[in-house]
Design a binder for this molecule. Structure first.
Ligand code: PEP
Ligand code: MG
Length: 370
């Protein structure tokens, strides 16, 4: 039968099947989406929210020139005053980006993750591009090269990224939280519904999260009173993607209202397998029966799974109503969705096109349970 290139909701069989599945499943299904377009696509596929909005997306691809330039300006700033000036210029772009997606999601939850990659990733490295940036920033190419060099790390995936940036430069966290909360406040004031959730990446200690929570509380109070709102609903939570965070989930839940398991990094750090380089040996592992499946595709229940189950139990022992989800690639893979159901997650989040698969798998999991 030929493929039908129509909108899924135009197929009555698909609609009936999905409705049936939705009647059984207990897990909520969200999507990982970084643009209003992807968010709208995800809603069409039945996503009930966004489980991962990666803020850095605005610095890649179409329309990213200006925000990327401002980000680079911020990265190359020397000292807090200069950095704050660059952040002020970047602020309206971040706010507009978040606001457009919150608007499309029309009151459904949207988990917005603060900047995750190392800053070094955003600066140009070839001579010509560096010279161009230096020219635009009004500094000598040699001086700029030195600043870029100073950011270089031997192991950037384990380096200065995620929450660690927010600890070194609290003003980066502050700008992002202000952008999210102002976007939400403006929509609320115009009669719209919003459910933003601020998510801190790469947390490994409760003290990191507590540090960021102080900033969140302060900015929320400021924005709420400036917009004269009696309430400014926004959850504060963290990704759990480092084994230590899963082990210390009990402490971390003191400040986190939700956990989202980042199983891409959690798998990488639990096995010690680089997620970008596993192709070099995985075929041998699969052929030789060392592993039964690619752990970046299907959750490794025995190891990574144990950390997840432990993290949920410890987190909920501290905060009984802790909301728990997953936003790694596994969130759209049927076997892994079944696992997520079994350990009592509230939702899975996956790429928009996998949302229907996750809805079906969640229903199968509920039915299998009896
Ligand atoms: C993860 O680590 O599972 C995750 C969702 O984050 P990213 O893939 O952006 O590192
Ligand atoms: Mg990650």
């Amino acid at each position: 039968m030929p493929l039908v290139p129509s909108a899924p909701e135009a197929n009555p069989f698909y609609v009936r099947l999905m409705k049936l599945a939705d009647g059984f499943r207990k897990l909520n299904v969200r999507a990982n989406a970084d643009t209003p377009k992807d968010a709208a696509q995800a809603v069409k596929f039945g996503a009930e929210g966004i489980g991962l909005f990666r803020t850095e997306h605005m610095f890649y691809g179409e329309g990213s020139e200006e925000p990327l330039f401002l980000l680079r300006k911020m990265i190359m700033s020397q000292g807090e005053t200069e950095r704050r000036k660059a952040l002020d210029e970047l602020f309206p772009h971040v706010k507009a980006d978040v606001k457009a997606t919150l608007d499309v999601m029309d009151g459904r939850p949207v988990t917005i993750r603060l900047l995750d990659p190392p800053l070094h990733e955003f600066v140009p490295h070839d001579r010509e591009k560096l010279a161009h940036l230096a020219d635009e920033l009004g500094v000598k190419p040699g001086a700029l090269r030195k600043r870029v060099e100073a950011l270089r790390e031997n192991n950037p995936m384990l380096g200065h990224r995620g929450v660690r940036l927010g600890i070194t430069y609290p003003e980066i966290t502050e700008m992002q939280i202000r952008a999210i909360l102002e976007a939400a406040a403006e929509l609320l004031r115009s009669g719209k519904k919003v459910q933003p959730e601020v998510m801190i990446p790469i947390t490994s200690t409760a003290t990191e999260l507590a540090h960021q929570k102080v900033i969140f509380d302060r900015i929320r109070d400021e924005v709420r009173s400036r917009f004269k709102l009696s309430e400014l609903p926004c959850l504060f939570g963290t990704m759990i993607e480092i084994p230590r965070a899963a082990l210390r989930a009990g402490d971390i839940a003191a400040d986190a209202e939700f956990f989202s398991f980042g199983t891409n990094d959690l798998t990488q750090m639990t096995f010690g397998f680089s997620r970008d380089d596993i192709g070099g040996f995985l075929p041998d592992y699969l052929r030789g029966g060392i592993l039964s499946a690619d752990p970046f595709q299907t959750i490794d229940r025995d190891g990574v799974g144990e950390l997840i189950a432990l993290g949920i139990a410890r987190g909920r022992a501290t905060r009984a109503n802790l909301k728990v989800g997953i936003c790694g690639e596994h969130g759209g893979e049927p076997e892994s969705v079944m696992f997520c159901h079994g350990v009592g997650m509230d939702y899975v989040s996956c790429s928009p096109f996998r949302v229907p698969i996750a809805r079906l798998a969640a229903a199968h999991a509920a039915l299998q349970e009896g």
